[in-house]
Write a protein that binds this ligand. Structure first.
Ligand SMILES: [Zn+2]
Length: 321
């Protein structure tokens, strides 16, 4: 797994905002990657009216909502992010991009996200007949992605995230609808959850993922679950991201990843490197002791996970999960 980096992603500059170009500053020395042309792929998910709305808002530096600001370079940055995600999907690489994408809906930009990079890349793979599992380990629910595949039985969407938190949903009973029922798995973790609870959730995801037998695993790799992230109260260590990379390598044949959130500017590069190094079977960039959660929170969350299994038992064999 190599980095796909496009300098145009630094052109999304919206002043004092947590989603800032400094997030990728440590990677600016990377040579620009050859990538697909993003605009060719955006319509796989987004409506023509929405694409035009984003282009026009960026030209005039108009906000798309209260949190989702734009600059003149934002449209090019968002398109570059889409192109990099397509190339990462084709090559099994890590798209080091911004702005993030997993909160974006077909007709709406929200939560710092202009276009839904991962969903576009998954639609691209679906056109090739691939069966795709999405693992979204960003600390927020990928609500845009969830919405896009909510009725699709050929995409397994799994999100592990803080609850309650933005965008306000992602509870255990949201499991898809129509033919897609059972193919959405939400693992909500309470503020204060550490590596131990993260892995409880990931084991369940792995158990279902193996039964789904994806051709490709698409990872929405967000690092705002880190214990010192300013936006959330999850308590993951750097070790969790390293192990997550290892786990994906050990359990699945074909994997690619795109960057979502992660707002601790000094730790984000380490978290990204740890994930990729774990996947590539290299030593961690920086080691940290795994974190543990208070017994009360563990107890409550295990009850929630037991209820989640009850919701999913009609669709998956969970006897040993
Ligand atoms: Zn996030």
């Amino acid at each position: 797994m190599n980095f796909i980096f496009v300098p145009a992603c630094l052109g999304h500059q919206t002043g004092a905002h947590p989603e800032c170009p400094q997030r990728l500053q440590k990677f600016e020395h990377l040579p620009p990657s050859d990538t697909a042309f993003g605009l060719d792929y955006v319509p796989l998910v987004h409506t023509a009216a929405h694409i035009e709305q984003v282009r026009s808002a960026c030209n005039h530096e108009r906000p798309l909502d209260n949190d989702t600001l734009t600059s003149v370079g934002s449209y090019a940055a968002a398109l570059a992010g889409v192109g990099a995600s397509i190339t990462a999907a084709d090559q099994g690489d890590f798209a080091l991009i911004r702005p993030p994408g997993h909160h974006a809906y077909p007709h709406k930009s929200t939560g710092f996200c202009l276009f839904n990079n991962i969903a576009i890349a998954v639609k691209h793979l679906q056109r090739q007949g691939k069966r795709v599992m999405i693992l979204d380990f960003d600390g927020h629910l990928g609500d845009g992605t969830s919405h896009i595949f909510y009725e699709d039985p050929n995409v397994l969407f799994c999100s592990i995230h803080q609850f309650p938190a933005f965008p306000g949903h992602g509870w255990i009973d949201e499991i898809g609808s129509g033919p897609g029922k059972g193919f959405t798995v939400n693992i909500p973790l309470p503020p204060g959850a550490g590596d131990d609870l993260f892995w409880q959730g990931m084991e369940l995801i792995g158990h279902i993922g193996h039964q789904f037998q994806p051709d490709v695993v698409a990872v929405s790799a967000g690092f705002d679950g880190y214990r010192e992230d300013p936006l959330l109260q999850l308590q993951y260590s750097l070790q969790a991201f390293y192990r997550c990379g290892q786990w994906l390598r050990e359990n699945f044949d074909r994997v690619f990843a795109v960057l979502e959130g992660g707002y601790n500017l000094s730790m984000l590069p380490l978290a990204i490197h740890n994930f990729v190094n774990g996947f590539n079977s290299k030593p961690p960039e920086q080691s940290e002791e795994p974190t543990t959660t208070s017994p009360l929170l563990v107890q409550k969350t295990l009850k929630d996970l037991a209820s989640l299994k009850k919701c999913l038992i009609p669709y998956w064999s969970l006897d040993t999960a």
